[in-house]
Design a protein around this ligand. Sequence first.
Ligand SMILES: Nc1ncnc2c1ncn2[C@@H]1O[C@H](COP(=O)(O)OP(=O)(O)OP(=O)(O)O)[C@@H](O)[C@H]1O
Length: 250
Amino acid sequence: MPGLVLDDISVSFPGLAAPVLEIARLAITPGEAVAVTGPSGSGKSTLINVVTGLERPNRGRVMWAGEDLARRSEAARDAWRAANVGLVMQDFHLFPGLSAVENVLLPARFRRLSVDASMKARALDLLAHVGIARPAQSVETLSRGEMQRVAVARALLKRPGIIVADEPTASLDAEAGAVVGELLTELSRKEGATLVAVTHDDRLVARLDRQVRLKAGRIVADGPVMREGATGEGGSPSMAFASSDVGSGA
Ligand SMILES: Nc1ncnc2c1ncn2[C@@H]1O[C@H](COP(=O)(O)OP(=O)(O)OP(=O)(O)O)[C@@H](O)[C@H]1O
């Protein structure tokens, strides 16, 4: 479970007057579960792209366990991501025509062509854990909540040290979203993975350790999520929201 330090990060795109992401410093400790929140266009996906190595910042360091991801080539970042990051996306990214268990095993097949019996057993264990009773069922016949549970199992297959989730509950109804949020956080903790989740879902935020809020590409609030009252019916989670890390840091 690696920790992350972002140091003096800036991401700009041609034609835009201001950088879409500017972070002086953000440190995430190994095993921490962090919610990234903020309005549309505030830079959440850009941040996720930077921390997973999909995007290289124009400036700054992306230190995972002391190694700067931003210095690596695209191929090296892709290899690092495949080995270290489990991804859960809003729209599942499952392959229709394949069963639930084949979808869980697919990234492993992409990487090494053959899948051994222990990996198959782990895939089936994970599917059982997330409540998929029929692992041979075609994914396109699953409910949306079940689809996302398959995606959670897939993200965990290789025991990644880092789980990154981009709006994992946004396309689910409240009940399915609650189940997925619980499984995602519980399994990440159980496996000892560091979890970074972009979300607008208060109930998911309430399950995490810390909330980092972005606005116009900058961190405007960063603090622990208070567990007390977080599971109350109908209410928003209560949060201790320190305004640390605020400012340009220039
Ligand atoms: N490749 C790109 N080229 C130009 N502008 C981009 C590019 N990618 C992102 N942007 C801009 O960067 C800003 C931040 O985008 P980003 O997708 O990170 O925001 P977000 O907080 O994830 O938004 P949402 O919640 O709507 O998904 C937006 O103004 C967006 O238009």
